[in-house]
Ligand binder design. Structure first.
Ligand SMILES: Nc1nc2c(ncn2[C@@H]2O[C@H](COP(=O)(O)OP(=O)(O)OP(=O)(O)O)[C@@H](O)[C@H]2O)c(=O)[nH]1
Ligand SMILES: [Mg+2]
Length: 222
């Protein structure tokens, strides 16, 4: 099956230089970099590597993913944050799991055998709490609903109602896959510490936004 990898960047030069060249071009058919307005040379670097690079039209992480997803040619799409928090070497494992027949595969930081070297107290509690809340409210069995590294079948994705434009994209997707009763799985994937740059996620604002999306999803019918 053909594979598109989407990497969202916003001033991630230091990490992108280390991480993106480790994605073997034999694993994927297409690499799309969707940029949020970098001023540090990220775009120029990615262009020099031969990736398809474009600047998103609307603001926000979810908007970036939606715009890039619409361009993707692959039957399988991998969302891969190139900020150092995801191991490129795990990309083939996500692809393999999708090829087994799953519609949605999460590279989980909290599945048995994995861990996060990036979490602080607040993010650890937030990731755990939102995952638990999702499982209670939607009857799912996820181990990590917020990690950015995941993959899906494009045909299954077309059935979802994805409306989130910010980092709440991350939680809306597993909820939507569950609501549509599609086949989901996770694989363990260690999260290394971020490489350089600045974290875009702001725990309070992002947390409130995620909570609103969670409530909205619970209040709307299946
Ligand atoms: N194009 C684009 N990329 C974004 C946007 N917001 C974040 N990113 C990228 O998405 C990736 C993940 O962002 P982070 O700020 O590390 O957020 P996170 O990984 O959810 O948070 P941590 O768990 O703290 O690492 C990084 O590569 C960012 O550069 C955005 O609005 N547009
Ligand atoms: Mg990150």
């Amino acid at each position: 099956m053909s594979v598109t990898l989407i990497a969202a960047t916003w001033n991630e030069l230091e990490a992108a230089r280390v991480v993106l060249p480790r994605i073997d071009r034999k694993w994927v058919d297409e690499i799309i970099v969707v940029d949020g307005g970098s001023t540090d040379g990220t775009v120029e670097f990615c262009q020099s590597q031969g990736y398809t690079v474009f600047t998103q039209k609307e603001r926000g992480y979810g908007a970036a993913m939606k715009e890039a997803g619409a361009m993707a040619q692959g039957e399988l799409v991998i969302e891969f944050p190139p900020d150092g928090n995801s191991l490129p070497e795990k990309v083939p494992d996500v692809i393999k799991k999708l090829q087994e027949g799953y519609d949605f595969v999460i590279a989980s930081r909290y599945a048995p055998g994995a861990r996060s070297d990036d979490d602080d107290f607040l993010t650890a509690i937030g990731n755990w709490g939102f995952t638990l809340l999702t499982n209670i409210l939607f009857g799912s069995r996820y181990t990590d609903v917020l990690v950015g590294f995941r993959g899906y079948r494009k045909g299954a994705y077309a059935k979802l109602d994805m409306t989130a434009t910010g980092l709440d994209w991350s939680i809306q997707m597993p909820i939507q896959f569950r609501k549509k009763r599609l086949r989901v799985a996770d694989i363990p994937a260690i999260e290394p510490a971020r490489i350089g740059g600045v974290r875009k996620m702001r725990p309070f604002q992002t947390g409130v936004r995620i909570l609103k999306t969670l409530i909205k999803e619970r209040c709307t019918l299946y």
